[in-house]
Every structure is written in structure tokens, then in C-alpha cells.
Design a protein around this ligand. Structure first.
Ligand code: SF4
Length: 283
């Protein structure tokens, strides 16, 4: 009789190995870390299934980055899209809502639902969380014990900076958002970038049309993404009230993935809800 064992990041090496190789699903986010995690998964498992949830509002340079990564992986990246919405703006307009402490509707519609559609019992999921996020992964895993999750970057103690270096050595240019000074390669004008005026100054600087659209949505829906403290008073600040200027500080680490989805699910549905929806996989 065999027993299950656990990798350092907590991924279960399951006795299902007796039943043949597992289905391996790499959650490729178009970020540097998930690219390296996918490469490490391919080195471990050989053929894997690579999925990218396209929310329709990320930088156009992601197409180039995906092409470069496909050559590096030697495997195709499958694109998952929402069947209801083409981009995050359509979600915001349909819901008349942007974000709150409980999360953002775009995460659910554009990432969780399409992503859950390719999950099956017993599959191994590969995530590009880095060693800096080790403790958050541990907490998330406790609430999602039915899933088999591997985080090869945590297992190998790799940081985000390590991933940037590995991509550079592979001759792959980082996605444009990093090169413009953004910390994450998320949607342009991500509504989860809350309470960081420098992030929005950076959006204003590089993507004024997205900034203007988000500012109008705030007023239309009467929802301010940001709050700031002045003279000891915490208050909402709308995007059109931010004084223009060069961003000075660093962007926040914006999570649009398993942690915030898990928090949202726990609030809305209980911690282990799975949404079986037919995937829409495009070329
Ligand atoms: S990256 Fe930001 S804007 Fe895009 S889906 Fe996630 S939370 Fe929404």
C-alpha cells in the first residue's frame, strides 16, 4: 500500500500515480513568474496543458509574449475567454459596479469562470506563485483541500526577480507592462489597484484613454476605487480628483488570481465551490 506525500509547497504527490500520469494544467497568466513555473512543470511532467485566461483588457504586447513563450515551452498556450463578455469594461457596465472590499466582478467573470471550466477532479494545477507568496498559498490551500496544486517556484525558493532573470537568459523580453514600470502584467487600469494613487498616475501617463474611461465609470456608478488619508481623515478620492503628475512610489502587488477568488468564493458561496462551465478555447 502506498501513501500520499507532500512537496514543500504542499502539492500532493498522489497515489493516483498508480492509475497513470495525472492531467497537468498550467495556469499561465502572461506574467513572468507563471511563464517560469510552466517551464519548470514541462521539465517535470513533459506534456502539459497550458491555459491563459484572457480578460480582453490586457496590453497588446501579451500576444508577442505568448508567442515567445510558446517557442520556449515547445507547446501551445490555450486561450480561455468568457462566453458572456469580451473585456472587463463590459462586465463593469453590465453590473454597474467596479470593486469593493469583497472583490471585483471582472475576476469572477473573466478569470474564475473560464478557468474553472478546465478543472477536473485529480488534475494537478501549476501556479506561478513565488517564494514571497508562500504563506498566502498555504492559507489558500487549507481552504481548497480537494485541489492538487503545485507551486514549483515556491518549491525551488524562486523570487519574482529570479523569474525576470530566467526569462532574460532565455532571450524573452518581459511583457510591456513591466517595462513601463507596472509591478504586475494585469489588465490596464486594474480595479483591484486600490488606494495607490501612483498606480493610477502611471495609468494616466501611459494609457490616458483607459484612465478617462475608468474615471467616468467611477462617477457613473458612484464608486471610488481609491481612498486616501489626509490630516488623519480617511476618505474616498475619485480618479478625476487625483492631481496629475509623475508616479513616485512603487505599484502595489495586485492579486487577480486564486487568493482573491478564494476570498470572494468564501464570502459568496463557501470555500470549495466549483463552477463547471463549458470552456471557450480559441486559437
Ligand atoms: S486584472 Fe484587475 S481588471 Fe483584470 S480581471 Fe483581474 S481584477 Fe479585473
Amino acid at each position: 500500500m502506498t501513501s500520499d506525500s507532500q512537496s514543500e509547497s504542499g502539492g500532493v504527490v498522489s497515489s493516483t500515480a498508480l492509475l497513470g500520469p495525472p492531467r497537468v494544467v498550467c495556469r499561465f497568466s502572461c506574467g513572468a513568474a507563471s511563464a517560469v513555473a510552466t517551464k519548470l512543470a514541462i521539465a517535470k511532467y513533459g506534456t502539459v496543458e497550458i491555459y491563459y485566461n484572457n480578460p480582453g483588457s490586457e496590453h497588446a504586447d501579451n500576444v508577442r509574449f505568448i508567442n515567445d513563450c510558446e517557442k520556449w515551452f515547445g507547446q501551445k498556450v490555450n486561450i480561455l475567454k468568457s462566453e458572456k463578455y469580451s473585456n472587463v469594461d463590459e462586465v463593469f457596465e453590465a453590473r454597474r459596479f467596479l470593486v469593493s472590499n469583497r472583490g471585483a466582478p471582472c475576476t469572477s467573470e473573466m478569470k474564475r469562470i473560464p478557468g474553472d471550466s478546465v478543472w477536473t477532479w485529480g488534475c494537478v494545477e501549476i501556479y506561478g506563485y513565488t517564494v514571497e507568496e508562500k504563506h498566502r498559498v498555504a492559507k489558500w490551500r487549507e481552504n481548497n483541500f480537494e485541489k492538487t496544486i503545485e507551486c514549483p517556484l515556491i518549491d525551488k525558493e524562486l523570487t519574482k526577480a529570479d523569474c525576470f532573470g530566467m526569462l532574460a537568459r532565455a532571450g524573452i523580453e518581459l511583457p510591456a507592462m513591466y517595462r513601463l514600470g507596472f509591478r504586475n502584467n494585469n489588465c490596464i487600469g486594474c480595479v483591484k489597484a486600490r488606494d495607490n494613487l501612483d498606480y493610477w498616475k502611471r495609468v494616466h501617463l501611459h494609457f490616458p484613454e483607459v484612465f478617462a474611461r475608468r474615471a467616468k465609470q467611477e462617477r457613473d456608478f458612484k464608486i471610488a476605487i481609491n481612498r486616501r488619508t489626509r490630516n488623519g481623515v480617511r476618505a474616498e478620492i475619485y480618479l478625476d480628483e487625483i492631481e496629475p503628475g509623475e508616479p513616485k512610489g512603487a505599484d502595489p502587488q495586485i492579486s487577480c488570481g486564486l487568493f482573491c477568488m478564494a476570498e470572494h468564493e468564501a464570502l459568496e458561496h463557501g470555500s470549495n465551490t466549483v463552477y463547471p462551465t463549458k470552456p471557450k478555447v480559441s486559437e
